[in-house]
Design a protein around this ligand. Structure first.
Ligand SMILES: Nc1ncnc2c1ncn2[C@@H]1O[C@H](COP(=O)(O)OP(=O)(O)O)[C@@H](O)[C@H]1O
Ligand SMILES: [Mg+2]
Length: 211
């Protein structure tokens, strides 16, 4: 749909904030189709505010423009805020059944998603009993099966132990093969080394990386 290398996200903020203070002033960024952009910043730096603005939910004080040429999927910081199904299968189904798809397509996509995200064995498991890493994997799978063009990740590794963190990081990296564009927020620069480019919200320069 979008020719590769063209801009898929364009953010131009004159000012944005809550009540009487600006979090962003004269801030802009662009993301190209297929690019992985890291948003680095300590707590309170504005990462969630920026991701929400990209998703179409700017803060109450907002002067500027956000253009996203495609469907957006948002992975919340805490997967508990995102998982609504009683079982893994139900959670994936929920999103699919809200799309205008016929039954056969829903079954095919469900099956493909369970296999791709290694959730087949957990299919009937109660979502309340999943580990943190399994919950994060389910949250990402349930969004990916809706076929978004852009994925926004708000601190996707922050609630995970080291082993789970490695697994979810390789999952996020593997999304590169799926023609997706991603914006990933983190308080840890090390989590963002696989990104093409990292923007530093702590007042520093943006760090361009070569893939
Ligand atoms: N709903 C809100 N009302 C008022 N201030 C808020 C609200 N949400 C966030 N903030 C403030 O905006 C700043 C940026 O917050 P946030 O975008 O959540 O940062 P981060 O995700 O980087 O931790 C912080 O100072 C935070 O306290
Ligand atoms: Mg945040």
């Amino acid at each position: 749909m979008c020719p590769s290398n063209s801009e898929i996200i364009s953010v131009n903020i004159f000012r944005a904030g809550y009540e009487n203070f600006n979090i962003f002033k004269d801030f802009s960024l662009t993301v190209r189709h297929g690019e992985f952009l890291g948003i680095y910043g300590s707590n309170g730096a504005g990462k969630t505010t920026l991701l929400k603005a990209i998703a179409g939910f700017p803060p109450p004080l907002f002067e500027g423009e956000v253009i996203v040429k495609g469907r957006v999927g948002y992975v919340f910081q805490n997967p508990d805020n995102q998982i609504i199904g009683a079982t893994v299968e139900e959670d994936i189904r929920f999103g699919l059944e809200n799309l205008p798809l016929d039954c056969e397509t829903i079954e095919a996509r469900l099956q493909e998603t369970l296999l791709t995200f290694d959730l087949e064995k957990l299919r009937s498991k109660d979502t309340l009993t999943l580990s943190g890493g399994q919950k994060q994997r389910l949250a990402i799978a349930a969004i990916m099966c809706l076929d978004p063009d852009v994925l926004l990740f708000d601190e996707p590794f922050s609630m995970l132990d080291r082993r789970e963190r490695r697994a979810i990081m390789s999952l996020v990296k593997s999304l590169r093969n799926k023609q997706i564009t991603a914006v990933i927020a983190s308080t840890n620069m090390k989590d963002l080394t696989f990104c093409d480019k990292v923007i530093n919200l702590n007042g520093g320069e943006s760090l361009d990386r070569v893939r």
